[in-house]
Design a protein around this ligand. Sequence first.
Ligand SMILES: Nc1ncnc2c1ncn2[C@@H]1O[C@H](COP(=O)(O)OP(=O)(O)OP(=O)(O)O)[C@@H](O)[C@H]1O
Length: 534
Amino acid sequence: MENRSLAAAAITDPNDYGDEECPVKEKCQDQREALPGEPRCVICGRYGEYICDETDDDICSIECKKALLAKTAKAQKQAENVSDPVKLPANDECFYVRDDGRSGSQYLTDNQIETLRNKIEIHVKGDSVPAPILCFSSCNLPQKLEVNLESAGYEIPTPVQMQTIPCAMANRNVLVSADTGSGKTAAFLVPVVSRCAYLRMQNHSDQKKPLAMVLAPTRELCVQVEDEAKVLGKGLPFKTALVVGGDAIAGQVYRIQKGVELIVATPGRLIDLLTKYDVELDEICVLVLDEVDCMLQRGFRDQVMQIFRALSHSQLLMFSATISQEVEKMASSMVKNMIYVSTGKPSKPNVSVKQVVIWVESKQKKQKLFEIFKSKQHFTPPVVVFVASRFGADLLSEAITNATGLKALSIHGEKKMKERRESLRQFLTGEVPVVVSTGVLGRGVDLLKVRQVIIFDMPNSMQEYVHQVGRASRMGEKGTAIVFVNGEDHKLFREFVQNLKSAGAAVPRELANSHYSLSINPAGGRHKRRKHGS
Ligand SMILES: Nc1ncnc2c1ncn2[C@@H]1O[C@H](COP(=O)(O)OP(=O)(O)OP(=O)(O)O)[C@@H](O)[C@H]1O
């Protein structure tokens, strides 16, 4: 049985991380509960401190390992008694069924492929773009991965997965723009898991240097990506390491050195780790930049480029819901022969989220928020409130509890990772109905049950706005974003009003009449006059 990490094995207080190693837990009752984002024992759900060598599953103790091995042996026996699975016939719903011999998308004509893309709103740019798939089973994935997809409830690929997976599997560099909540994570994890697993299956050497890397801007997002990677890679030669700030670095290095296929990291901590420890990255063959527009912005860009240059021979997959022309240019300058895939309405708020914009002066914002929370009609927990500052998040969460009696917590970058995980756990399990967050939860995080967000402070850009609004809907489910706006946000007015109008959302009178908004009017706009010098 392999220790998950030195640091994790050193727990003395069940809720604390220390530095020394302690013996393997015999009984599962000796193990502590898992914190959100931590591996869970596949038998009892407690903290999965160890990895079962035989099955690669997370396990908490020797007792649960025995139970797991007994269960696996039984399942194997049953499987041996079952005859070959029936092959699905090709039909309209799924005409790329594997094993059919002539069912692959390579048998569609260019016109048919074009029609298919138009139908599911997929747009592509680039040379020799592979055709979209309609079934996961058409891309020659490891059998176990197909089973894992099915167990996760991923019956058919979403549009972004349909087009991105075959491109990535063909070893192409890809830039992908697709709505929030449309399944971009699996669009890169499916090819990553598949490639890593096949490489390991072909090469039986003991050396297990990492093969793939995902970089993302926040710890929460990395935790989530790693969790999904584990679900998809279960039972395959596919291990992961999480490299984020706030957790003990020694444990992260130990895990990598034991041999992993995928590293999921925030750029800052990864560079910190690489400068202090000897980790070989020469076998990394896929680099994923999730939230690529954010990763190529000032603040992250230098670190990301440093890592990219070190891995410049690897395939590059880049994803976001908001990709500007500038990002597209930067991305295409980084790699040759890139494919650009976009689905849905790029860089626009998700159409499934109703945007309700309220003009409210800064001094009245709190009062307005409390009114919403006290109204049965308007308050639909769990709710995320987005604010501009860490201090503001702390103050507002306290004020909400004092004024409304609702439990509210804050999440932001200054809090310890342990505290952030615990707050998120309480929120996701429904113990706490309100979370006040800075941008930390704005991007990428899959807050499954959240159907309402309140944008208390407008973010600095419409891109961040699109991501924050997107937290209120997953996979096309209906949600609401209540947005407070006032004159202080005037820099965004032009773009904001355009966005609201194209979404059919009501524009408050003050916003519509502001001269900052009116400048979009080509007839009377100050921008237009100045530009043409009339
Ligand atoms: N093929 C699929 N079938 C069913 N559910 C899916 C499928 N692909 C993804 N999902 C689910 O859809 C939800 C949204 O996926 P994901 O978090 O990857 O979205 P995203 O596009 O990365 O969003 P964001 O831009 O907000 O990060 C997740 O809960 C995920 O489990």
